[in-house]
Design a protein. Structure first.
Ligand SMILES: [Zn+2]
Length: 188
């Protein structure tokens, strides 16, 4: 099984956003370990950039474009797009969307490109949200939407902490490099 993270970046932003892509590559390896630990699944990880050129308003990039890209690349691969735009439609309580072997989130750009705490809080958490939906669905867990949204609300409204991991993918109480939803109450 392959999990392929794709950082969607505008051509004119390519250089400026290099530090974010370095974080994405590190995060991709983190999620390999996280998924193995939480779901017992072994994914081979791939990670690259998808550079987009300026388009006319009629050819705006959207979820459909990404779904077509996913089909073109191969539906047996789990493609996860980190995008500079929001999903057109979603059931999610975050700016993300998932379907079979498909995930996308609106990846937020930090003011300081090396602000890893911002990246962990705004983006890594959202990736874990969509991965959790899709991986729970794939193991036959029925409430793969509602239960993740319950946990998400607890993180935002009940002061429940995100799980914190350091740069070696170990749990930490110090400044984290990666943050994920806490699924420790789920049984699957
Ligand atoms: Zn959701």
């Amino acid at each position: 099984m392959i999990l392929h993270f794709i950082f969607v970046v505008k051509e004119e932003d390519l250089q400026r956003r290099k530090p974010e892509f370095e974080y994405v590559k590190h995060m991709a390896q983190f999620f390999k370990v996280w998924i193995k630990e939480k779901f017992g699944k072994d994914f081979e990880i791939q990670c690259d950039e998808l550079v987009t050129k300026p388009r006319s308003i009629l050819q705006k990039l959207d979820t459909h474009t990404l779904l077509r890209d996913h089909e073109y690349r191969g539906k047996e691969i789990f493609h996860f797009y980190l995008c500079h735009f929001r999903p057109l439609w979603t059931d999610c309580t975050c700016e993300g969307y998932h379907a079979e072997n498909f995930g996308m989130i609106h990846w937020k750009e930090p003011k300081d490109p090396n602000d890893t705490l911002f990246l962990a809080e705004k983006n890594c958490t959202t990736v874990s949200h969509e991965l959790a939906h899709e991986l729970l669905r794939s193991v036959g867990y029925k409430k793969f939407t509602a239960d993740i949204h319950d946990i998400w609300s607890k993180h935002f409204f009940d002061q429940m902490e995100f799980e914190q991991y350091d740069s070696n993918f170990k749990k930490t109480d110090a400044k984290p490099m990666f943050l994920t939803i806490d699924m420790s109450d789920l049984r699957f």
